[in-house]
Design a binder for this molecule. Structure first.
Ligand SMILES: *[C@@H]1O[C@H](CO)[C@@H](O)[C@H](O)[C@H]1NC(C)=O
Ligand SMILES: *[C@@H]1O[C@H](CO)[C@@H](O)[C@H](O)[C@H]1NC(C)=O
Ligand SMILES: *[C@@H]1O[C@H](CO)[C@@H](O)[C@H](O)[C@H]1NC(C)=O
Ligand SMILES: [Cu+2]
Length: 628
């Protein structure tokens, strides 16, 4: 047992929550075959939007449409999928969530913002907006909320606040657990126009009226679902059409960065986009990757002879490290051109890319050149894997992955699940529920099993239930089985926090991967180890407060992720502690052997009692750690 003993200085009291622990939850329920898809059920509604709201529940949101599944005497357009037994139930979504955005607040409540006005059949406008008229009894989609649950009693409710009208807004959670809501249009459509543009942003909880954003105003008609990430500097990266800026909310300034090379990445060109893992190695510096999309000139989108389905997507991948440089650099191109590519963080630090099409763009319409109503064709059903650590020229691989046989066109979505599989659902480039066309409304829901399926998962003990910004480190215990019987494997262990985000329109809003700093004490005698794990860096902009998953990854094989609350669990300023210094990593040899090696590692072996002295630079605190 480790007993920290404070010798001098002022002790930083351990935060109360640091004492609650949980153990990783065994092995995945499904024995998925690595590199394959498996259909695991039919969703009750089509997954235009989808998110992991709870360790055991995925939430689906559709647009208001004539789904056969009913609730309260009207078609359902929301549902819950319980992961432990695949039980589903329809939810009574109280707004029209059509092309809405979503995100999770610092206190764990999810909001769904924007979307359409109330409609009747075929997406046509309803007489009233308050949800009192049939056939759908849907209300204007401005804002609804959900507190995810496991008891099957939770449901969507109307928010006490209404945001401005925003169809296709982007949401991003901020350092204080509030959410910024950006952009959108008032009435919908394939692209935006000056008569319905809403080039502003606002906050939830509200802090006053909408604030004008010049970059959004300048980038008609492709400023919908702007691509936005909170950066560790506290500024926001915002990308729309060919422009890129840093939004400094404190000074209300937009700082121009270089133009986007090669292609439009925002909807409806819809590139795959993702912030690469934030790690101790890269100093928690954010790099954002953009792959695919479509090279369309600004004036072409609304031209009478513009035929979306004939737009060949781009293979171009670029990245930018906006807190360091305003310039884009090229990365390896995609193996094949793709629009509506969806990037998903896997716990092993690689990024899965799936869904989308090899021809055309997002969107649908009742036009002669559409396939069914789809503005895209040539579904790309083979996933790709991007490895940020691979050398140039080798970033993308296929790793023997098998392709799905289900096209995932416009209105598809995907999310990482706690067991490390990826849930993929949706595809519905149709104005209403449509069964008899090319690219019909899709309910089949698949899991994709990454390469660590089929391997025994580590089951670490004593994981925290809450993570703070800075503050005392914590210890996680790895058994001999967790280390595959070899203590040297502790050299390849990482602790990873993933926010899976809100998936819609090939983006996962809020998705983020943060690796925690670790060191270890391994025991040669019994091949077990204690992993010393830092809290999050002392900066809430690295990972905003709110729920996330914690994984311990051994040699690329993740534990089943556990739910942790990042920050205080409240919306508001977060307590920022000092970053703890971790003890040096060491593998303690079996007591009777190799005492020289032992001493070099800072451990003194004397008659079976080992002592290691650790100088912890915790604001002048010197700690003596005694192991008996
Ligand atoms: C989170 O905060 C929002 C905004 O204040 C509130 O409406 C919601 O009920 C809160 N959720 C919880 C779980 O306290
Ligand atoms: C598509 O347009 C045609 C001709 O305008 C119309 O007859 C048909 O009902 C429309 N279909 C849908 C699904 O809206
Ligand atoms: C493994 O050995 C270390 C050092 O002797 C000891 O502290 C620890 O409790 C042992 N672990 C197990 C699981 O027996
Ligand atoms: Cu849409």
């Amino acid at each position: 047992m480790w007993k920290p003993l404070i010798l001098t200085g002022v002790a930083i009291a351990p935060l109360a929550f640091a004492q609650q622990t949980q153990d990783a939850l065994g092995q995945p329920r499904r024995n998925g075959s690595p590199g394959t898809f498996e259909v695991v059920g039919q969703s009750l509604v089509s997954a235009q939007q989808l998110f992991l709201g709870h360790q055991n529940a995925v939430y689906f949101l559709d647009k208001v449409e004539n789904n056969p599944n009913q609730i309260n005497g009207h078609p359902a357009w929301g549902s819950e999928w319980r992961l432990s037994d695949d039980q589903q139930r329809p939810l009574n979504v109280v707004t029209n969530s059509f092309c809405a955005g979503g995100g999770v607040l610092g206190n764990g409540t999810w909001i769904n913002v924007g979307g359409n006005q109330a409609v009747t059949w075929g997406g046509n406008g309803a007489d009233v907006q308050d949800g009192s008229s049939g056939p759908y009894f849907d209300a204007d989609g401005r804002q609804s909320m959900l507190d995810p649950c496991t008891d099957q009693h939770c449901d969507w409710r109307i928010s006490p606040h209404r945001s401005d009208q925003r169809w296709y807004p982007t949401l991003e959670t901020l350092e204080d657990g509030s959410i910024i809501i950006l952009g959108g249009c008032r009435n919908g459509g394939y692209v935006n126009d000056q008569y319905q543009d809403n080039p502003t942003y606002e906050f939830f909880p509200p802090t006053g009226g909408p604030i004008r954003s010049p970059v959004l105003a300048r980038n008609l008609p492709v400023n919908l679902y702007p691509l936005v990430w909170l950066l560790p500097s506290g500024k926001l990266l915002l990308q729309a059409n060919y422009e890129t800026i840093l939004l400094d909310r404190v000074r209300n300034q937009e700082i121009p960065l270089d133009n986007m090379p090669d292609a439009v990445r925002v909807y409806p060109a819809s590139a795959g986009t993702i912030m690469l893992p934030l790690t101790p190695d890269n100093g928690y510096t954010a790099t954002v990757l953009f792959c695919g999309g479509s090279s369309v000139a600004t004036e072409r989108w609304q031209a009478p002879d513009f035929i979306a389905i004939q737009q060949a997507p781009s293979t171009s991948c670029v990245k930018i490290t906006p807190d360091v440089s305003g310039s884009y650099t090229h990365d390896d191109p995609l193996p094949e051109a793709r629009s509506m590519l969806n990037f998903i963080h896997l716990p092993d630090g690689t990024i899965l890319g799936l869904n989308g099409a090899g021809m055309g763009t997002a969107g649908y319409g009742n036009v002669t050149w559409a396939q069914g109503q789809s503005y895209a064709d040539n579904p790309v059903m083979a996933p790709i894997l991007y490895n940020p650590k691979a050398p140039a020229g080798q970033k993308f691989s296929r790793n023997g992955f098998q392709a799905s046989n289900i096209p995932r066109m416009y209105h598809s979505s995907a999310t990482l699940l706690p067991d490390g599989s990826v849930m993929v659902s949706g595809s519905n480039p149709n104005s209403d529920y449509n069964a008899g066309v090319k690219f019909s409304t899709e309910y089949r829901t698949e899991l994709f099993y990454p390469s660590y399926f089929g391997k025994s998962r580590p089951q670490p003990k004593a994981l925290p239930t809450q993570l703070s910004y800075g503050g005392p480190s914590f210890d996680v215990h790895l058994s001999s089985d967790d280390l595959a019987g070899n203590v040297d494997n502790v050299n390849h262990v990482s602790a990873v926090v993933i926010r899976t985000g809100f998936s819609t329109h090939a983006m996962n809003m809020g998705q983020r991967y943060v690796e925690l700093a670790t060191s270890f004490t391994g025991y040669q005698s019994n091949h077990t180890a204690t992993l010393h794990v830092s809290q999050l860096p002392p900066n809430a902009a690295v990972l905003a407060p709110g729920p996330a998953l914690l994984f311990i990854v051994v040699n690329g094989v993740p534990s089943v992720g556990v739910h942790v609350m990042v920050g205080s669990g409240q919306i508001g300023p977060q307590q920022i502690g000092q970053a703890a210094n971790l003890p040096g990593s060491q593998i303690l040899p079996t007591a009777s052997t190799n005492s020289k090696e032992n001493r070099r590692n800072g451990a003194i072996s004397r008659g079976g009692v080992k002592m290691s002295v650790v100088l912890a630079a915790l604001s002048g605190v010197v700690g003596l750690v005694v192991e008996v």
